[in-house]
Design a protein around this ligand. Sequence first.
Ligand SMILES: [Zn+2]
Length: 292
Amino acid sequence: MKKWMFATIVIALLLTITIFKLAEQRGWIASDSGISAADGIIQEIALQSSGQSLEVSDEELYSGDLLLVNSEYPIHPPGTQPDVTKLFGNSELTGPAALLDSELQLSRRVALKFVVMVDAAAQDGVSRFLISSGYRDEREQSRLYKEKGAEYALSPGYSEHHLGLALDIGSTEGTMAEAKEGQWLAKHAAQYGFVLRYPAHKVGITGISFEPWHFRYVGLPHSVLMQKNDMVLEEYLNRLQDQSSISTTIEGKKYEVYYYAPDQLTKLKIPNNRDYALSGDNRGGLILTVYP
Ligand SMILES: [Zn+2]
């Protein structure tokens, strides 16, 4: 091999490693997530055939943890979590995190999951979290939209914040792209059911610029599947729609996920004696998650 060719290869390799390390440091890509190599691998399975039939109501089609709300799919009224509650004065719902203002609201169930997550971060010495936004009604979104413009806020009806499942998390130590809090969450949030909803390398798909502060609760196993397979919610739902039924293992526990397109809803079977959850995708489809 010619010397110059060898040198070029070495330089290219070093450059790739440097860029990768930098991206990792900044939390643009996740690494060392606490998710083992065996976790979140997608396996195809057969469609659930035994169990009870269930007639799906519109209420069920437009509620749940996996609703896609973006510039194409506005929220439907059942989409807002029924347990949205004020966080201020409820330390069991905020843990070590500070609140930007006393009016902040979030789904109580999601707030409890958030506390488990930030408690785990505190164990790693990362504890300067600040919740800056949670549930927003259309009036508040409208005010934000008028005040900050389309660059910063989606128009009312089209923001994930209407669900009560999304929150903006900051750090009192600096910007989330650089602070330890942002880096910790980018790596570990998936273990706790949350996803970084608008990563830098998915702007072409989400249509939203990199928001290192915006986290969305989707629950297990979905968060781990999304992180492990590098998919944002748009891509994940398409993948489920394509594959119909998959299983995955997380920390030794097996989950099953079934997708029913609008014309397949009559085939829905609820497994006997198993814990499960239903969620619409806000596009007329339905996801059945069967827990270990
Ligand atoms: Zn947000």
